[in-house]
Design a protein around this ligand. Structure first.
Ligand code: MOS
Length: 716
């Protein structure tokens, strides 16, 4: 038996334990639950960006076969409403909808049709006639709203030293602006839920990343006790941040169910995934870097201008990465927001770091080129083991090792520093590098373990309200239980995504794996400890769990445990680090590119399952390539709708664009981070990928690309 444990416990590349459920269609996603008596909702979106609804005529829609109700601001339940001033939103914010006749952005929900079938609801929604009073001059165009920029209430501005002094001491200065466009997350599973309102409470099969925060948002929006809200999200088909908070369709479906007394399913369309489920905001990042001739950094400023909506505030903190990555005495980070008639942006994979690292790591490359220094040497020269922004050490930081090992695997020594010198036929070949870092949070997590004797085997079930958004939570939690209980992973079942289960922080911010696994570990340790205590066996003694149950005369035993950050954790800055290398080929006549190779080296603590971990990093690299080369959502300048609103025009990389991807994890266990030594990887993989590609394109073509995406016409 011990050999089986060896093969299946933490660190082994086992297949996903829930894989067969997914490929056989047995894993149920939010809109797949056969809830009896359910009906369907279709949201109606505004077709102006700013103004008022003068009238809504729902009579034609209401006459249609199967239509049960049309809800607009005229008959919607009055909910807890917004503050007048823009309020900062978070993952558990209230989400009022249909509360007045005002329109703040194109695509805002202005009504919802409920019908017996999905098709009936969709058809009737088109028959609702809306008359608007359009307000002139909505704030749609980024460039025209700069005078409205303000410092957000929840400011993340930061400074140390004296920037101007640092710049005056520099021998070389980089002063450049980097632009990243609006991007959208498009998880495979559409946002969806089935809400059943009953007895003053609601049960919701929902596609959410954070179960507890969803229950809070729903309970506060409807002003009902949190215990009256049950959220079930056993399987989530991707989120990338878009499912961190409760979006308005969750509230619409719940409100509709409350009004008509039947379960209501609302699945948004792919088109509505552009207008109603958040987005990455457009950022204009102004970088200033000063350095001495020998490569010593003297100053670094990272100033970001972005937009938010009219009545909600969200900022992607692009400059965070510039506070901590390098040893620079004089540092300034600012963020400003413009209120615009666009939906409120929200977190998209590595919010802040993905975009911020593009600006920082391109600017670093520009400086290295100016100094005629190798960009790896330049980064290593300015490495630090102290987080200067917090004045505390990193729990572990192997950035230099990532850069060195990556350089060797990649063949960095073959790079010519001078652009346009590596050619083959029409192709200009370039090598690029960037340093990656991502905060690795860890949060209090509760878990339950149920042990059952089955013949002479012990079967264990782990329960927690964690989610698996495609990342592999089920698998790594099962591996953890197998390891701590010393039973084969086949004897472990994992049940997730139910607000009735012990509370976890959910999947987001790269804290899932560390939090979930330490929570499961704590429950298993607790069970063993309690079973030994009953028998007066010293805690340190190793006794098989089957024997502990038998000796206690127990067929079944249940224990709850919880894990949370230690004091040591709080005294350190806990980050995952990495290095990205890529080789890009650019056609000198057409500007067409091809990413020929990518090598990513990561230092992310203990790797729980190389297979799912590789999946995370490869997904991040692909998303980073999309950010660099293809992804952008364009805003129509007069009406404020998105021109880019389907996969026909919102481009993402495909296999032909990305050739070979190598992922290397440095062996590491970070015991300061948490007892199991785990750090986050969900967002590390996308961080600074765009910079490595931009830098490779410079090396290939001699052109500095500071505006994403780098579409071929920009390279001609
Ligand atoms: Mo992530 S953007 O915290 O899902």
């Amino acid at each position: 038996m011990s050999s089986i444990v060896e093969k299946t416990a933490v660190g082994q590349a086992i297949d996903r334990v829930e894989g067969h459920l997914k490929v056989t269609g047995k894993a149920k996603y939010a809109s797949e639950f056969p809830v009896p008596n359910k009906v369907y909702a279709q949201g109606i979106n505004s077709t102006i960006a700013k103004g008022e609804i003068v009238s809504i005529d729902t009579s034609e829609a209401e006459k249609q076969e199967g239509v049960l109700k049309v809800i607009t601001h005229q008959n919607a339940e009055k909910l807890k409403t917004f503050e007048e001033e823009p309020a900062a939103i978070s993952t558990d914010s209230i989400a009022p909808v249909l509360q007045d006749h005002k329109v703040h952005y194109y695509g805002q929900y202005i009504g919802v049709v409920i019908a017996e079938t999905f098709e009936q609801a969709q058809y009737a929604a088109r028959l609702v006639k809306v008359e608007y009073r359009k307000e002139a001059s909505p704030a749609i165009i980024f460039e025209k709203n700069k005078d409205k920029a303000y410092r957000p209430k929840e400011s993340s501005d930061y400074s140390r030293g004296d920037l101007e002094k640092g710049l005056s001491e520099a021998d070389e200065i980089i002063d450049a602006v980097y632009n990243t466009p609006i991007e959208h997350h498009h998880p495979m599973e559409l946002h969806a839920l089935i809400a059943s309102w009953e007895n003053g409470g609601v049960t919701a099969y929902a596609s959410q990343q954070m179960v507890e925060d969803a229950t809070i948002a729903i309970s506060e929006t409807f002003q009902i006790p949190q215990e009256k809200v049950r959220v079930i999200a056993a399987f989530v088909g991707g989120g990338f941040g878009s499912k961190l908070k409760v979006e308005r369709q969750v509230i619409l479906a719940t409100m509709a169910s409350k009004m008509i007394g039947r379960p209501v399913q609302m699945t948004v369309t792919r088109h509505q995934m552009f207008t109603n489920t958040g987005m990455r905001q457009r950022n204009e990042q102004h970088m200033r870097i000063g350095a001495k001739k020998d490569g010593t950094l003297t100053a670094l400023a990272h100033e970001t201008l972005s937009h938010t909506s009219i009545n909600e505030e969200f900022q992607e903190s692009c400059g965070m990465v510039s506070k901590m990555l390098y040893k620079v005495p004089n540092n300034l980070v600012t963020h400003r927001l413009m209120p615009m008639n666009l939906q409120t942006p929200f977190a998209m994979r590595a919010p802040g770091e993905a975009t911020g690292s593009f600006a920082l790591e391109c600017a670093m490359d520009e400086m290295a080129w100016k100094l005629k220094m190798d960009p790896i040497d330049f980064r290593i020269k300015n490495d630090t083991q102290t987080d200067l922004s917090e004045d505390q050490p990193f729990s572990s930081r192997l950035l230099v090792e990532c850069l060195r090992i990556g350089a060797e695997k990649f063949g960095w020594e073959k790079r010519n520093m001078k652009p346009r010198t590596n050619k083959e036929g029409n192709w200009l070949k370039g090598y690029g590098v960037s340093a990656a870092s991502r905060n690795s949070p860890y949060k209090e997590t509760h878990s339950k373990v149920i042990l059952k004797q089955h013949k002479d085997l012990v079967e264990a079930t782990i329960k927690m309200d964690a989610t698996d958004i495609g990342t592999g939570s089920y698998t790594i939690i099962a591996q953890t239980a197998a390891e701590y209980l010393k039973i084969p992973v086949e004897q472990v079942s994992v049940e997730l995504g139910d607000s009735d289960f012990p509370v976890t922080p959910g999947s987001g911010g790269s804290w899932g794996a560390a939090s979930y696994c330490n929570g499961a570990r704590a429950a298993c340790e607790k069970a063993l400890q309690e079973l030994k205590k009953k028998l007066n066996i010293p805690e340190a003694e190793e006794v098989p769990v089957a024997e502990l149950l038998q000796k206690n005369n127990l067929m079944e035993y249940e224990a709850e445990g919880s894990a949370k950050p230690s004091e040591e954790f709080e005294k350190h800055s806990v980050y995952s680090f990495g290095a990205n290398f890529c080789e890009v080929w650019v056609d000198k006549d057409t500007g067409m590119w091809r990413i020929n190779r990518m090598v990513n080296v990561g230092s992310a603590g203990r790797i729980l399952n190389p297979k799912t971990a590789y999946g995370q990093i490869i997904g991040g690299l692909t998303m980073g390539a999309g950010m660099a080369l293809a992804e952008q959502t364009r805003v129509e300048p007069n009406f404020g709708n998105f021109i880019t609103r389907s996969f026909a025009d919102y481009h993402v990389p495909v296999n032909l664009d990305l050739a070979q991807i190598d992922v290397i994890f440095l062996p590491e266990e970070d015991k300061i981070a948490n007892k199991m030594g785990i750090k986050g990887i969900g967002e590390l993989g996308i961080t600074s990928v765009a910079a490595s590609i931009g830098n490779a394109i410079f090396n290939a073509t001699g052109k500095r690309m500071r505006d994403l995406p780098i579409t071929p016409e920009k390279l001609i």
